[in-house]
Design a binder for this molecule. Sequence first.
Ligand code: FRU
Length: 309
Amino acid sequence: MKLVQDFFLLFTIYFLFFSACQQQSESKKYLIGFSQCNSSEPWREAMNQELQKEAANHPELELIISDAQQDNSKQVADVENFIVKEIDLLIISPNEAQPLTAIVEEAFTKGIPVIVLDRKILSDKYTVFIGADNVLIGEAAGKYAAALLEGKGNIVEIWGLKGSTPAQERHAGFMKGIAAYPEIQIIYEQDGAWLRRKGLEIMENALQRFEKIDLVYGHNDPMAMGAYIAAKNANRNMEMYFLGIDGLPGAEGGAQAVLNGELNATFLYPSGGKEAILIALKILHDETVDKNITLQTATIDSSNAKKFI
Ligand code: FRU
């Protein structure tokens, strides 16, 4: 009888111990800090939503998002704040590469896994980079421009923020794409900081200075669309082609602008929000992951824009 009693006692102790452990692991929360460079652009809003939507599918995750409002020092402070909060993983889309490099290195060196999303830093001290290949996108845009222009014409290039890697890579890729056409010239290039308002202003200046503009290459759709509005206001939109990048769905997005005939083409630039959360989970569960994850792009023009709405 004593033996049976002992057995039950032992069994109960084991049972209580293991269920307590299990409960603890089920309620275990991982805190992910996402440092967004600017939440007020449409593409960035879509990125935040994608991250939030995917994070909501995983109850063990808690996601906090900070908005640096295009300010490098604010973004450094945001990451410092995350470090103080003892986040389990950092996701960052850096405003500009150089000013954000040291703080990302610091987080990584302190043992916080780091996912760099869409824009790069100037160091390899991070866990994973996720983003589409901006050189490839720029090159596709360059080749598309050369075909539209039949190898000859004047181009206005509206850059994204010059200190951010997508702008540098979209420019480099575009130059590759038009390299075989000496009669294609970039006659005017300005930093539009990724902003529609600046795209419009830059184009107003370009229209005043140049009588012949054959194509506008905007490093993103908002700037290309801003330029389109400037040209339309000046009654010159029919004289030239407009190319953008992003291809966001929805009424305000680039795919719809292609359908409306405002942009001749745009190139899909996925935000990678969903992938970032899925990769974060793998890292948090100690699975091995590739250091570079390249997202797919696509050319969107009147032949296929409906599919991207
Ligand atoms: C939004 C955005 C996108 C662009 C990306 C590049 O901030 O400008 O339009 O494709 O950033 O990082």
